[in-house]
Design a protein around this ligand. Sequence first.
Ligand code: ADP
Ligand code: MG
Length: 282
Amino acid sequence: MVERMADQVLATMDTPSTQPRDQCVIRLDGVHKYYHLGDFQVHALRGVTLDIYSGEFVAVMGASGSGKSTLMNIIGCLDKPSRGSYRLDGMDVSQLQKSELARVRNRKLGFVFQQFNLLARTSALENVELPTVYAGISPQERETRARAALERVGLSERAHHYPSQLSGGQQQRVAIARALVNRPAILLADEPTGNLDSRTSVEIMDIFQQLNEEQGLTVVIVTHEHDIAQYAKRALEFKDGKLRRDAIIKDRLIAREVLPTLPTLEEEDTGDEQRAPEPEAN
Ligand code: ADP
Ligand code: MG
């Protein structure tokens, strides 16, 4: 099924990127990743070579276990390649020590996760402010930036709500604001819509598309849903730790145009109890 849908969504392989070469922000060369489980070794990435340019919007696809999260962890400097090199914004990060990696991560990258990962007893505003604390920004500037980031995702009115008082979509928007607050060059999101209903997923893709178009933010998302990948500009498909397909997205969807055609939750669920969506296995 993946193959069939991929054929509908993707153009031919090896479509060259249209971005100029000097703006390469992510460059992986022959990257391998091994995990050691006792005597057993998992070869999670098997020689990945890949360039991503400034201003791209990339969807990383593939079946469960194909290496998507491993790739994102390496791109996000949360983990290092076992072999091969990774250059982020021209800097070889495969050689950096842990503390240096953390600094690069805080300065250049914003992260969004499937489970939102907000602190429960902390307001939306304080959640968004958190990364600025580590970046050593003055308290006043922190709050100004956090409020601006919340406004960017349309949540100014909810600044003092706790995560439990917010819907899943609102929590994910807080998480996006938190990812933006240090003004990263690259936004990385691993299954950002995995816990959201269809309409809310498109609302989240709308935010990503706006950030990508209006601010030139480079966006890389992992998704196993082809209809979500269609909002990106380029799709990478992984299989068994290898990049099997790299293509420009044909018939790209624009979330702002799709949203008016989707039913709202109220229309869909009248009289029904609201159910939380089943979390997807990673
Ligand atoms: P995906 O995100 O595409 O589902 P992952 O990158 O999470 O795939 O996993 C790729 C492979 O590496 C899988 O076989 C998985 O079981 C294994 N793996 C991932 N993380 C770890 C880990 N921390 N320790 C051991 N094996 C892991
Ligand atoms: Mg995963």
